[in-house]
Ligand binder design. Sequence first.
Ligand code: C2O
Ligand code: CU
Ligand code: CU
Length: 492
Amino acid sequence: MRTSRRTFLKFTTGVGLLAASGELLSSCSNMMSSNSNVTAEIPWVSGMGNKLRFPAAFQGNTIVAAQTTQNIYPEFTSKVWTFGNSYPAPSFDVRKGDSVNVTLKNALADPTIIHWHGLLVSQGMDGQPMDAIQTGGQYSYSFKVQQRAGTYWYHPHPHRDTARQAYMGMAGFFMIRDNEEDALSLPSGEFELPLCIQDRRLQNSKELSYTPSMMDIMAGYLGDTILVNGTPQAYLGVKSKLYRMRLLNGSNARVYFLGFDNNMPFHIIGTDCGLLDRPYEVRSAYLAAGERLDILVDFSRVISGQSTFLESRSFSSPNSMGQMHSGSLEQGTKMPILRFDISGSGNLMQIPTTLASFEKLYSKQAKRTRIFSLQGSSSMMSGMHTINAKLYDMNRIDEQIPFGDLEIWEFRNGGAEFHPMHIHGAHFQVLDRNGNTSLAPTDLGWKDTVLVNANETVRILIRFDSFKGNYLLHCHNLEHEDDGMMQNIEII
Ligand code: C2O
Ligand code: CU
Ligand code: CU
């Protein structure tokens, strides 16, 4: 008895020592060893995988943020931080003109606040870091939905803790509908699929655990497993019909290069902030963290009884550090996302030739140009992601922007990292990339997040004509955001 107790003590002491130096050990191994302990998933064939989950509809007037347990894997209970004890988070599904009244209650151990990503609401309803509420606190939101139909979303936004809270499970859809969209009779009901795509590190433990190393802060926290609506190895049975998919990249850092494994065409009908002027046929499209894409997919292109995968194709990642990550797959790794099993018969369906009225913005009307120079880490230090050489300071206003003026904003990325830049308080249009005005369909609509690639200068046209007050500009690589790549912008 005595001997075994001593042995036990000795053992725990050893573990304690290891844990104390754990941070040092893990950052060393991240730098030295290549990524060997996880591999890209092999497409899960028919009979394998998990049936795709869909978020529940939000009901009531209260939403509780709390640490709960959920079944990410059917046979295994994982700790998940949830909104409304529901995973994935419940979807808001509202119409333009509706009033939204909801009170956030914070049952987490840390401060939090909900931000409605893409919603044009007053400063006090926007859910900014300075509005974060303590454990046990609550925050009441009450606003009118005044913008066009589109696929928006919500997630936490507390200072320096957004990445962890979003990663742990707190993110949901906020869908807005309007009469203009209704008139198009787009696929609805079972033919309308909200799909939130996220990557997580689950292969080794089946548990969500957010422990970024310095390398992770540089490239972003990349996972080894794709979840769609919280479902790993997801599949869905579909009919030989036309479907509308509302794709949301809810990942912390990963960029997806989406397509189907049979390379069938699909149509892009909308981007971050609603419908395009007309559908654009493509076979692939990039989707960066924070962005949304509305697409039409006709499964009558697939032989009944067969399956096709929505996948992320391989692409070359500018970040050569990626391959040194341990426990994650680098940017640009080919990954299966969601298997569709097709049944029944059908013919190619007619899709609308025009979609929504669309006000195109023109650079000659712009009053001025604002330049934002984006800097990534040049060393192994954190706190290295800056905008115009500044780290985020909650109490400093970085830009003052006259209400109603059309402006050109120029994002200059001279580094080797992706920066999906996101703006609160206004929607914008992409003007050009490295001076090139012939843009991919993903750049043609109203947006609130734009991917700025390595060594790229992206110019956008933006006009704040909804509310005055303080809003935010930040990188939606959530590790970069928490690292300080954010500014306060004041509309005056
Ligand atoms: Cu989706 Cu300020 O964030
Ligand atoms: Cu936002
Ligand atoms: Cu960034």
